[in-house]
Design a protein around this ligand. Structure first.
Ligand SMILES: [Zn+2]
Length: 159
C-alpha cells in the first residue's frame, strides 16, 4: 500500500543568521530566519512525510511557540517526523525535492545534503533527489529576500 505526500516551506533570508539547508551549514552572508534553525528543505520534507499519512503538519507537531523548539536542529524534527510514519508501519520509497533560491549556488553541497537526509530516512543518497532553481530574478526569491522548498515523498506499508 502506497501513500504520497507533498510539502512546501518558506523562510526569509537575513544577515546575521547561519544558513542551514538540507541539514548542513552553507557559506553565505545571509541565513534563513525562523524559530528553529529555519532549514526550509528539511521542513518541507517533514510536511511531506506527515501529509502522506494525514498526520497534520510541522506546526502541529513542533509549534513555533514552544521554547523546546527554539533554534532546534531541524534534523531532530526530521527524525521525529520519520519516527511518526514508522509508528504507523510505513517506510519511505523515495523523495524528490526542489529548492528555489538565487544564492549561494547549492551544487557543491547537494551530495552532502543527500547523505544527511538519506541517513535519517534509511534511504540511499540516490533515493533522495535534490534539485534547485532560481526564479530568474523575479519575486522575493529573485530579490534574495527569501528561500523556498518543495518536497514530494512516496511511502509504502512495510511487509
Ligand atoms: Zn520552516
Amino acid at each position: 500500500m502506497y501513500r504520497i505526500g507533498s510539502g512546501v516551506d518558506f523562510h526569509q533570508l537575513v544577515e546575521g543568521r547561519a544558513f542551514w539547508l538540507g541539514g548542513i551549514r552553507l557559506e553565505h552572508f545571509k541565513g534563513a530566519k525562523g524559530h528553529s534553525d529555519a532549514d526550509v528543505l528539511l521542513h518541507a520534507i517533514c510536511d511531506a512525510l506527515l501529509g502522506a499519512l494525514g498526520l497534520g503538519d510541522i506546526g502541529v507537531h513542533f509549534p513555533d511557540t514552544s521554547i523546546e523548539f527554539k533554534d532546534i536542529d531541524s534534523k531532530i524534527l526530521l527524525r521525529r517526523s520519520f519516527a511518526l510514519i514508522q509508528q504507523e508501519g510505513y517506510e519511505v520509497v523515495n523523495l524528490d525535492t526542489t529548492l528555489c533560491l538565487e544564492l549561494p549556488k547549492i551544487k557543491p553541497y547537494v551530495g552532502q545534503m543527500q547523505e544527511v537526509i538519506a541517513q535519517i530516512l534509511q534511504l540511499t543518497p540516490k533515493e533522495v533527489s535534490i534539485k534547485a532553481t532560481t526564479t530568474e530574478k523575479m519575486g522575493f526569491v529573485g530579490r534574495e529576500e527569501g528561500v523556498m522548498a518543495y518536497a514530494t515523498v512516496l511511502l509504502q506499508k512495510k511487509a
